[in-house]
Design a protein around this ligand. Structure first.
Ligand code: FES
Length: 104
């Protein structure tokens, strides 16, 4: 289980728990914090989050990289940018600070 410290688009901070091995998008979608319009296909960008510590963000998938590139004209892409539908929760994420990116 990992607890993420999530800053919403409105600037509030919430703790969101996610079991190890689950997709981070599921926990953030259940908490009504991301839309995840495409259901996790890396094709909408509505699950974009920023990891405060980019070293905890892990490697982007190839499709994810393309999707983030396509968002670049509309929203800032940071070193810690991830599409949370492409991320599996691990114990090392416990206490991670993330921010929900603005809508593109
Ligand atoms: S849910 Fe659509 S890109 Fe992640």
């Amino acid at each position: 289980m990992a607890t993420f410290k999530v800053t919403t688009q409105g600037g509030e901070t919430k703790d969101v728990e996610a079991p190890d091995g689950t997709i981070l998008m599921q926990a953030l979608n259940n908490a009504l914090l991301v839309e995840a319009t495409c259901g996790g296909a890396a094709s909408c960008g509505t699950c974009h989050v920023y990891f405060e510590d980019a070293s905890l963000a892990g490697e982007r998938t190839e499709d994810e990289g393309y999707m983030l590139e396509s968002l670049e004209d509309f929203v800032e892409i940071k070193d810690g940018s991830r599409l949370c539908c492409q991320m599996t929760v691990e114990a090392r994420h416990d206490g991670c600070a993330i921010e929900i990116a603005p809508e593109a």
